[in-house]
Ligand binder design. Structure first.
Ligand SMILES: [Ca+2]
Length: 370
């Protein structure tokens, strides 16, 4: 979440694993041993995800970071140095955050087909059946419909099947201190260093070993793929066992997704999206609504006057934003997104993402009703 790269990840990981076959013998032996150990623990670990020791404490930026953690939060310097000596550098994370080479134009139908498909829908039905009580309780408490929670957890991890096997601290430290040269490098390094800080605080607050946190290549944890900062701010103990565990408690994940959405503007009982068409007749400028901030901030009457026509009529007094879903060479699809649609984009800042959550949730609900 909050890291719009999910879709490319699985494909790229496969490519990198293939490349990894050329590693040296001793590394391969070590990896095989670790992989066997992982299998015994029933955790899927790829050799690339294990990384290598980089002695991060010798890096000046890491030493400065440790200084800050000591000054700002009263961490014990020797303990932090000992911790960062154990952190591994994971080149895979660097490869995965590099921008995709310019190529095919964005294609919503192709993206959609990866998420709205039978395996994920069937897994969603099973998840909904198993956790129907918790989903109903979340809907009552937070006002977020079960199908939206089911949509998010399905798109994120196929209901816990793909939660990631990187040690969070390894992934975050690698990205926080050696982010590849991209235009947004400085901002991303700040982001990941903040998440290292959050990981250390989270571990201290909940009395866990920070190395016990596993997640995606970007450090997102558990069924809902929360970054450590989001765990601290938005996760809830929804099964009432006294701790928050997004990796092993689907019920905690359900409550946490609902709470996250409410904290990001979800409004109980309000609709999400309405289909629309656009028309350039009379030179009306609907394209002024494209590329705007991710909020519902326009009056429907103004949008209609500019050539946006809802094909299902929404309530008159609701604000909207225009959602454009490009389809490669085919015509772009348009929707009117209400505040609740944009709340989902706070989870992952992508129209494709938010719409696939909505559509997967609807598909699972429909499949359950059959
Ligand atoms: Ca719990």
């Amino acid at each position: 979440m909050t890291f719009p790269k999910h879709a490319a990840c699985a494909v790229l990981t496969t490519a990198l694993l293939t490349a990894c076959a050329t590693h040296t013998d001793s590394y391969a032996r070590q990896a095989a041993k670790q992989s066997a150990a992982a299998k015994a623990r029933k955790v899927a670990v790829n050799p690339d995800e294990l990384g290598e020791f980089a002695n991060f404490t010798q890096w000046k930026d890491v030493a400065d970071f440790i200084d800050q953690m000591v000054a700002r939060h009263g961490f014990d310097r020797a303990e932090l140095e000992s911790l960062f000596k154990k952190v591994r550098y994971i080149d895979t994370t660097i490869q995965l955050v590099k921008p995709a080479p310019p190529g095919k134009p964005k294609n919503w139908q192709a993206y959609r087909a990866r998420f709205i498909e039978p395996v994920r829908i069937n897994a969603g039905v099973a998840f909904w059946d198993t956790y129907a009580d918790a989903l109903m309780r979340a809907e009552e408490r937070y006002g977020v419909p079960a199908e939206i929670i089911v949509g998010i957890i399905g798109v994120e991890t196929v209901y816990g099947r793909n939660t990631g096997s990187f040690r969070v601290l390894d992934a975050l430290t690698t990205l926080g201190f050696d982010y590849p040269p991209t235009p947004n490098r400085a901002a991303r390094m700040t982001f990941f260093r903040n998440e290292i800080e959050n990981t250390l605080l989270l571990a201290r607050e909940s009395g866990i070993d920070p190395f016990s946190l596993f997640g995606s290549y970007a450090g997102a944890v558990g069924l809902p793929q929360f970054m450590p900062g989001s765990i601290r701010k938005f996760a809830v103990d929804f099964d009432g066992d006294g701790k928050i565990d997004l990796r092993n408690s689907p019920v905690d994940a359900i409550g946490s997704v609902a709470n996250f959405l409410v904290e990001h503007g979800w409004k109980r009982g309000e609709p999400i999206v309405f289909p629309a068409t656009v028309s350039a007749e009379n030179g009306r400028g609907w394209d002024m609504f494209i590329g705007q901030p991710l909020e519902a901030r326009f009056r429907l009457d103004d949008m209609k006057a500019a050539g946006v026509t809802p094909t299902v009529e929404p309530p008159a007094d609701m604000p909207f934003g225009l959602v454009d879903l490009q389809n490669g060479g085919e015509p772009t699809e348009y929707w009117l997104g209400a505040a609740n649609f944009f709340a989902i984009t706070q989870y992952n800042r992508s129209f494709f993402y938010a719409m696939s959550v909505v559509e997967l949730g609807r598909a699972v609900r429909a499949a359950r009703a059959r």
